[in-house]
Design a protein. Structure first.
Length: 571
């Protein structure tokens, strides 16, 4: 009996040490202060921590005999801590099923991101904790009763099942080791990849007497609205665009929402005029803006600073209706997922020569290198005005990248306005970035800086007043294609989710930013965004909805029917 209590006391000590490290090492005090007093956090954490205690018991009983088993035990205790603390340090959440699939798809990119964000002191502490715990477990005498072992196995199965299937469950509120295991189950439950048939209808537009304008559609990369002075940022990051706005050569729209969180979610849908969830892949049955433009008699082109082969975007977007395609590798053969060709170089060597020589009318889609991390690599040394850049991803580095984006956009707009006064130029990034603090870094979350995107249009002078009526309207990136079709005087062959910005936008419009799309892993999550930019977070797997306060959670089935229908129409 004494051995039993001694053994139990040591295991409880290990469990308590892991719990403290999990709460204050993997997470941080800011997270605990924000969430620690809420019922959902308490329930999730107590249940998953109880299961983790049972896991320690089972490791003691089954994985202490032999080097191979001890190695497995070490991996179970150490690897999840390292992954979770690294992921939380970047994104302020735990690794998800999407994260595992992204690693499988491009391990080099994930390792590069991880190495650039190492927290060595915490990793060393996690290593000491895992090794020390195993040393203690190895020395504990005897075995637990068979009932204890059976109960431990039962609790782990029940709790991990609830973690995956319960609408009340939130991974970042769970013990980090159990949350890591739950992500594996999530990955098994979800379909990682689905193949869809490209089945687009034929476009046969009616004849038009309209003079067709030249159009440039610029897809930015990771640009953040709140860091552009043309949208009110205190730093003068966009002097050129500010000057153009004062001259009434551009119109800015301050209430536009991204379609998705990643390039492979937003960009394909930005080319067809759809938003929202799309688990069945209706996207693949829709014509792209290239197909429409070619049917109307446009010269069509896509020039990208990135490698469009990544994620099969080239196969999805580039077909016989694209007359000219220049991939980022044409400008920089050594580009990577994080850093494409330099935007000024693409402008000078690709875009301006095309504008000069293309048969009119033309539609050019330009995908920028933009403001992706590492931020410091996205501006030339001569263009850096906010110094010092102490880290690759500090605010100065990001703001300098915005300065360079401003220079490229301003030069392109000036060139087009001078050469083709009746032309149209559209700019919106695929998504934004979180820049630290409570939302972490980068774009794997639905924070305002990620999904609230700048939209800028440079129209002929006669249209400035017309567009200005919608400057504060609730817009989506899905509105760009309907606006382009309006300018081309061509009707969509299938219903679109967007509105032409030349017309009236409903003041009560609901918009969707989602990851539940087949162009990138079909992760069943979305936000339903209201006109005031507040949103509901919708987990379509667990059928739960987190309301505007970010804390209150209800069942999806209890949601107002008009909100449910936004999602059910595509399920």
């Amino acid at each position: 009996m004494k051995n039993f209590f001694n053994k139990g006391g040591m295991i409880l000590s290990i469990w308590m040490t892991y719990t403290l490290f999990d709460l204050f090492g993997v997470r941080d005090m800011l997270f605990i202060l924000e969430h620690g007093g809420h019922e959902r956090f308490i329930v999730n954490y107590i249940a998953s921590s109880a299961a983790f205690l049972c896991l320690i018991i089972l490791i003691k009983e089954h994985l202490m005999a032999g080097k191979t088993k001890r190695a497995v035990a070490f991996i179970i205790l150490f690897l999840p801590l390292v992954v979770q603390l690294s992921y939380f340090g970047i994104y302020r959440k735990f690794v998800s099923a999407f994260g595992f699939r992204a690693f499988y798809e491009d391990p080099a990119m994930i390792f590069d991101l991880w190495i650039n964000n190492l927290n060595i002191p915490k990793i060393i502490l996690a290593f000491i904790l895992a090794v020390g715990s195993l040393k203690i477990l190895e020395r504990l005498p005897g075995r637990f009763h068979w009932a204890t072992r059976a109960a431990s196995s039962f609790i782990i199965v029940v709790v991990t099942s609830l973690m995956v299937f319960s609408w009340y469950s939130t991974p970042v509120f769970q013990n980090s080791v159990l949350a890591y295991a739950g992500s594996f189950l999530e990955m098994a439950k979800q379909k990682s990849y689905t193949h869809y048939k490209m089945d687009k209808p034929v476009i046969q537009p009616e004849k038009t007497d309209k003079v067709l304008p030249n159009i440039i559609y610029i897809v930015g990369e990771s640009t953040v609205l709140s860091h552009m002075s043309v949208f009110g940022y205190e730093r003068n990051t966009t002097p050129g665009l500010v000057k153009l706005e004062k001259a009434r050569k551009i119109v800015t729209f301050d209430n536009c929402i991204s379609i998705g969180l990643q390039t492979r979610l937003s960009v394909p849908y930005m080319m067809v005029g759809l938003q929202g969830i799309d688990p069945k892949g209706i996207f693949y049955t829709y014509p792209t803006i290239f197909n429409y433009a070619k049917a109307r008699g446009y010269t069509t082109a896509m020039i990208t600073a990135q490698d469009l082969s990544w994620g099969n975007l080239k196969d999805i977007l580039i077909d016989k209706d694209v007359d000219e395609f220049q991939n980022g590798t044409s400008f920089n053969p050594a580009l990577s997922v994080h850093k494409g060709a330099d935007d000024p170089d693409v402008l000078e060597r690709g875009v301006l020569p095309f504008i000069k020589s293309a048969k009119k009318p033309f539609l050019l889609v330009l995908q920028m290198d933009g403001n992706h991390y590492p931020f410091s690599e996205h501006s030339a040394k001569k263009n850096k005005i906010f110094l010092p850049e102490t880290e690759p991803n500090d605010v100065n580095a990001f703001d300098n990248s915005v300065v360079e984006t401003d220079m490229v956009l301003t030069k392109l707009i000036d060139e087009m306005r001078a050469k083709y006064p009746d032309s149209w130029i559209f700019f919106s990034p695929d998504h934004g970035q979180s820049l630290g603090g409570i939302n972490g870094f980068y774009n794997d979350n639905y924070s305002s800086d990620v999904i609230h995107n700048p939209l800028i249009i440079s129209p002929p002078p006669a249209y400035v007043s017309i567009l200005s009526a919608n400057r504060h309207a609730p817009l989506s990136q899905s509105d760009i294609v309907p606006t382009l079709l309006d300018l081309m005087d061509i009707k969509p062959v299938k219903p679109l989710d967007g509105y032409s910005i030349l017309g009236k936008i409903p003041s009560d419009r609901l918009r969707v930013c989602s990851t539940y799309m087949p162009t990138f892993h079909n992760t069943p999550e979305s936000v339903l965004v209201f006109p005031d930019l507040t949103y509901y977070f919708v987990d379509l797997d667990r059928k739960s909805v987190t309301l505007k306060d970010g804390k209150t959670t209800v069942k999806f089935d209890d949601l107002d029917k008009k909100y449910q229908d936004v999602f059910l129409r595509r399920m």
